[in-house]
Design a protein around this ligand. Structure first.
Ligand SMILES: [Zn+2]
Length: 316
């Protein structure tokens, strides 16, 4: 059971990446990391090619490939401001997504005050304009169907661009990761996560194991929605919402549905073992090259050989 469980975990780890971009990392902190990453990557690294694109690819909306190995055409941007949301870290230019996800976020944000007593969403990273791997953070977020939402309630005023790039999200976990912080966690956090997980388009919601533990404790008797709430490393400042493949994207590769049941009990207990809390470091993964993505993704960035020459020239 343990080894099976661990094997599944490692597969998931490869899919999602333990080192997700921190919701609280500021744009200023991210910039030098981005420059260092570029300096150490081959010129045809997919994260370099997709990270350079600042506009979406024209054409019908298509999520191409899988969450951790794919790209996106026909993306649209979530407006920086809406009635019940504000886009954070705007300088990252990662508020692009499949139109189905963008419409979902807008609809969700508007119903949350009434349904969960949650005043609105602070929206973190969605995807790059053409999807693909990112220069910093995130193993997934590549096909415009993943979004990070802050665990900080939206304030009742519009934040300035400088505030959006600089302020920190709220850490709701304490006790060295063993449980939520009771001075920060509120009933509205639970209602928010429940409202999201109950959405039919949602395939999975990733949260810190301590948050899942709190939901297991606080959830009511009808808890089928809890199957979609999946524990993962990090995710103590934000949670990650993943939608299923939308219609009209035949090349989109979704995931198997989560196992039935609420995911509490033994499955959750593993996350609080030494093995899970302090996993042995794994060797660094080789960066994805353009050729590792679905062939249709190559058409979304400038010809790789030309780009490679340009990049080499620029580096000399
Ligand atoms: Zn995420």
């Amino acid at each position: 059971m343990r080894s099976l469980c661990l094997c599944g975990m490692l597969t998931l780890l490869a899919c999602l990446g333990r080192g997700e971009a921190s919701a609280q990392e500021t744009a200023a902190e991210e910039a030098p990391r981005r420059a260092m990453v570029i300096a150490h990557l081959p010129p045809d690294a997919a994260k370099v090619l997709f990270g350079r694109e600042s506009t979406p690819a024209a054409g019908p909306p298509q999520a191409i490939g899988s969450y951790e190995r794919g790209c996106l055409s026909g993306a649209i941007a979530l407006p920086a401001d809406g009635p019940n949301w504000q886009v954070m870290r705007p300088s990252r230019n990662r508020a692009w997504g499949h139109p189905v996800l963008i419409a979902f976020i807008e609809r969700l944000a508007q119903k949350l005050p009434g349904e969960a007593g949650w005043p609105g969403l602070l929206v973190g990273d969605i995807a790059q304009p053409r999807g693909g791997p990112m220069l910093t953070g995130h193993g997934s977020h590549q096909i415009g169907l993943d979004v990070d939402l802050w665990l900080t309630p939206m304030p009742n005023r519009r934040l300035s661009p400088a505030e959006r790039d600089g302020i920190s999200a709220t850490d709701v976990v304490a006790g060295e990761g063993m449980d939520i912080d009771p001075t920060v966690w509120t009933p509205q956090h639970r209602l928010l996560l429940e409202a999201v997980a109950r959405e039919p388009l949602v395939e999975r919601v990733f949260v810190n194991p301590a948050i899942k533990r709190a939901l297991c404790r606080e959830g009511g008797p009808e808890r089928a929605w809890m199957a979609k709430i999946r524990p993962w490393w990090g995710h103590n400042y934000h949670f990650h919402v993943r939608l299923s493949c939308p219609s009209g994207s035949p090349q989109c590769r979704g995931q198997a549905p989560p196992p039935p049941g609420d995911g509490c009990g033994k499955e959750l207990d593993w996350w609080f073992t030494e093995e899970a809390r302090h996993p042995r470091p794994s060797p660094p993964r080789k960066p994805l090259r353009l050729g590792n993505l679905p062939p249709a993704c190559a058409a979304l960035v400038a010809a790789p050989t030309g780009q490679a020459r340009q990049l080499r020239g620029a580096a000399q």
